[in-house]
Design a protein around this ligand. Sequence first.
Ligand SMILES: O=C(O)C1=C[C@@H](OP(=O)(O)O)[C@@H](O)[C@H](O)C1
Ligand SMILES: C=C(OP(=O)(O)O)C(=O)O
Length: 434
Amino acid sequence: MSSKKIFPAKLGGTVTVPGDKSISQRVAMLASLAEGTSRVVGYLNGEDARSTLSAMEQMGAKAEFKDDALYITGVAGELRQPEEPLDMGNSGTGTRLLAGIVAGSGIEAAMVGDASLSSRPMGRIRQPLELMGARIGLTGKKGTLPMMIAGGNLQGIGYLLPMASAQVKSCVLLAGLFAEGKTTVIEPRPTRDHTEKLFQALDIPIQINGLEISIEGFGKQGPRYKARDFFVPGDFSSAAFWIVAVAARPGAELLIENVGLNPRRTALLDVMKRMGADIEVSVTEEKGDPYGTIRVRGAQLKGTVVEGDEIPNLIDELPIIAVAGALAEGQTDIRDAAELRVKESDRIAEMVKNLQLFGIEVDEKEDGMVVTGPARLKTPDAVIDSHGDHRIAMSVAILNSFSDGAITIENVGCVDTSYPEFWQHMEQLGGTVE
Ligand SMILES: O=C(O)C1=C[C@@H](OP(=O)(O)O)[C@@H](O)[C@H](O)C1
Ligand SMILES: C=C(OP(=O)(O)O)C(=O)O
């Protein structure tokens, strides 16, 4: 089990974060279904993106990395039945989105994953996929993996999402590509819209009317569209760690280039500005999934409330927002975020426990937490276990950069799922990691 020792440090400088995990995985799936070869620049070289790509290769797509780009040759709508179970590793996004595609096609496939993924709820995709006519078996104890999918002959449905989840929304829309008739999903709150943007880029007919999204299915022969080139911007969720590390330290400065700026992903910037951070954004490309540059100058932060419609647009940033809360003056109150309990770990329980180890005052709530700062950090003697959750490992590493002693974080291999260069970038920005 790998571990890292993190020393206190004032972080700052210039960094380019690796490709967006959500966009990379959607590009892998959609380019694999296309007719012809797509050239993809910026594809994330992380484990989640790799397991999704391997699953597509098992079903007939061809993928090759050449001269800094990924070339994906698609199956023109007709997936091949995989001979082995699809191993989705640690990826909730890969599993839930791909389940929609497999259910839509006429093939049968099994999906498996690591211990963390095998504890995450899959009933949320079984319900709409069964309503469309697929057969889904969840053989795990509590509606969890392994999953058996027998697809084909789907009918379009109208579906009101029971929770704000871009994964469930995208699963239904991807299955809808293969259905007879129209599929409509209605979201309770706006969530990331990368699937919709990629459908538009590929000229797949999609109608978006506020929170209601519809597509006309291609029917059981599967979707027919041509390959194209894709650019994957840097992952805002990876940039978030450095944004908080610098925003919370008066005098520090940071420049992040070529980073995704989709407004359904960047609510952290609004939160940080409310907390008093000095942040400037400049958009390089507005079309499709926007991206550009973020400049941050550190300040003494103050507490805020994070709740409601903001939550889905910063869902993966909540562990690092809890860290910002610990460094800010007054209370930071995170609400409406019960979904955090079913991520790679129970992120509410894990962050509460970890903040308490540093001596920070924090109250656990069913759907969030209240953190009181500014904390005088007490470097824990104990080693901290990430419990296999990449965002917990990286958040604790940033928190310790504000401490006055070294800590050891155990079980850090998980960081490779989304950000393999994280430790190297920490050193590049002035940190010391052993
Ligand atoms: O659609 C996506 O790419 C994602 C959606 C979110 O999950 P939910 O849809 O479960 O909220 C997010 O937490 C995950 O990291 C990526
Ligand atoms: C929740 C996450 O990913 P996934 O659901 O794809 O495993 C994440 O990256 O924080």
